[in-house]
Design a protein around this ligand. Structure first.
Ligand SMILES: [Cu+2]
Length: 173
């Protein structure tokens, strides 16, 4: 009986070992992750980071999840009639031996329907899932981000709100 249980345990733990080894392959390094601080009551935010691919193969980030929000989506920005609009993307490519930068105004990981808002310096856990089946969990601190064009505050902010834009000047879907 004992042997059977230990055999069973070995069998059950095998997939775990494989999962860990693929996640720890270390081909993709995550550099400087952070999440944009948002005022209380705002239900969306975004995470930014750099992904460095040290392998000779193109890699793709295909999904992300986080305990802080109900929905997590991969987004890009596109210019449309002089407006910056966000678009959901199926995957974010990380070229072989290259780096992909997610930054304000560009590619980002959108956090939608935040459960409890975000506190400054709070560490947000984000699980990144790649096309090759590997995944890794990162911790991104919440930071204040100054957006271009928002420095003058007041009037501009008011005008943007009227046009249904979010705080950082992006058109919301
Ligand atoms: Cu977005």
């Amino acid at each position: 009986m004992k042997t059977m249980i230990s055999r069973l345990f070995v069998l059950l733990s095998l997939p775990l070992i494989f999962t860990f080894s693929s996640a720890m392959a270390g081909d993709i390094s995550i550099i400087d992750p952070y999440v944009r601080a948002v005022p209380p009551g705002q239900e969306v935010s975004a995470a930014f980071l750099q992904m460095e691919n040290s392998s000779a193969e193109t890699r793709f980030l295909i999904n992300a999840t986080s305990p802080v929000s109900k929905v997590v989506e991969l987004h890009s920005h596109v210019h449309d009639n002089g407006m910056m609009k966000m678009r959901r993307v199926e995957a974010i490519e990380i070229p072989a031996n290259g780096t992909t930068v997610l930054k304000p105004g560009g590619l980002h990981i959108m956090l939608i329907d935040l459960h409890d808002g975000l506190k400054l310096d709070q560490k947000v856990a984000i699980t990144l899932e790649f096309k090759d089946g590997s995944s890794q969990v990162i911790e991104a601190p919440v930071r204040k981000i100054m957006m271009k064009g928002m420095m003058k505050g007041g009037m501009m902010k008011g005008a943007m709100m009227k046009e249904g834009m979010s705080k950082d000047g992006m058109m919301m879907k």
